[in-house]
Design a protein around this ligand. Structure first.
Ligand SMILES: [Zn+2]
Length: 83
């Protein structure tokens, strides 16, 4: 997997997962099964994003973890390789 794609997935999945959890908590005041399902779905999406980001959003040369920087940085902060 491309590190830029992984960085993008990392960003979107963690934000989307957090948003789903936040919305579930905000809009379901009865704390029924739907709330728990929504929180579980959000947590799974966020965890998948973190996992993919942690595994693939790395510098192709020195394998430094880039995370959110994978989509923004053009040069690796550690080894100065062009990303
Ligand atoms: Zn590097």
């Amino acid at each position: 997997m491309n590190h830029k794609l992984a960085g993008r997935i990392f960003n979107y999945a963690t934000v989307c997962g957090a948003m789903i959890i936040l919305l579930a908590v905000l809009y379901y005041s009865d704390y029924g099964a739907a709330t728990y399902i929504a929180i579980a779905v959000g947590a799974v999406i966020a965890a998948a994003g973190v996992f993919i980001g942690y595994k693939y959003a790395r510098c192709p040369k020195c394998s430094k973890f880039l995370g959110i920087m994978a989509t923004k940085e053009r040069i690796c902060p550690k080894c100065d390789t062009e990303l």
